[in-house]
Design a protein around this ligand. Structure first.
Ligand SMILES: C[S@@+](CC[C@H](N)C(=O)[O-])C[C@H]1O[C@@H](n2cnc3c(N)ncnc32)[C@H](O)[C@@H]1O
Length: 251
């Protein structure tokens, strides 16, 4: 069983290089696809209280802090949180906590956030049921959850993580893989654990925890953005969910 402790160690080791990939602008998908998609999926967040789950170095937390009232970022990795704090010294309405979302939920009043966001973190989380449950407890009723994941239908074909004839789409499974981006094939120093889950599983967990899926996005680069990549996309690489909490649906 992969534990949160193992995941924290992986991201501790990778924090500085991941920060450089993001800060240098080298991660095209991050800046040109994921951030705009998350902002679009969130819609109007003026004057709200937001939570960034698995916030990493806090790039998205900072972008959202400019658009809303307050942001809290939580992450398992101390190294990630240290960078997030250093990069946010001049941002008054932001705070970061080194914790799992599961523990944060136990120590923070429930029913207090207007929205939760999580960019590309669900694929690194061993206990996704507990994570989604934590978010549903922390959100106010009718609160919004927006998250992005590696598209489970296409990620394996794009990244070639497993041979096509032995890839079992319908089976939850995980593997340790090299984290690379188009413009940095050397990638992060430490392999990271990637959790594959079929779409039906995400839907099941969301519904079980009181969420209604309001919208799904499969962002695809425009021609101009496509030209920035060394290779053309053949299919969507990411999937963005926008969900709303209807507490009366909780079992
Ligand atoms: C791929 S990184 C994404 C970071 C960030 N969202 C971004 O967009 O730059 C995934 C992050 O999720 C964090 N993480 C994984 N499981 C977590 C959990 N249960 N609670 C809080 N953070 C977690 C990891 O430590 C890692 O920093």
């Amino acid at each position: 069983m992969v534990s949160n402790k193992i995941i924290a160690k992986e991201w501790d080791t990778n924090a500085i290089i991941r920060h450089n990939q993001i800060k240098s602008g080298m991660d095209i998908s991050y800046h040109k696809i994921l951030i705009p998609s998350i902002i679009k999926a969130l819609g109007n967040i003026k004057n709200k209280k937001g939570l960034d789950v698995g916030c990493g170095t806090g790039k998205i937390t900072r972008i959202l802090a400019k658009k809303t009232k307050t942001m809290i970022g939580v992450d398992l990795s101390k190294e990630m949180i240290d960078i997030a704090e250093k990069e946010s010294l001049n941002v008054p309405n932001i705070s970061f906590i080194k914790t799992s979302i599961e523990s944060f939920q136990k120590n923070h009043p429930h029913n207090t956030f207007d929205f939760c966001v999580s960019n590309m973190s669900f694929n690194t989380m061993p206990n996704l049921n507990k994570v989604i449950r934590s978010m549903s407890l922390l959100l106010k009723n009718n609160g919004i959850l927006v998250f992005s994941i590696a598209h489970p239908c296409f990620w394996n074909f794009y990244k070639r993580l497993e041979p096509e004839d032995s890839f079992e789409y319908l089976k939850n499974h995980n593997m340790r893989v090299k984290f690379t981006i188009s413009l940095d094939q050397k990638g992060l120093p430490e392999k990271t654990t990637y959790f594959h889950r079929p779409l039906e599983y995400y839907s099941k967990l969301l519904v079980k925890n009181g969420f209604i899926i309001e919208n799904l996005y499969e962002p695809f680069p425009s021609e101009i953005i496509h030209n920035l990549y060394p290779q053309k996309w053949l299919f969507p690489h990411f999937l963005i969910f926008r969900c709303q909490l209807y507490r009366f649906c909780l079992f």
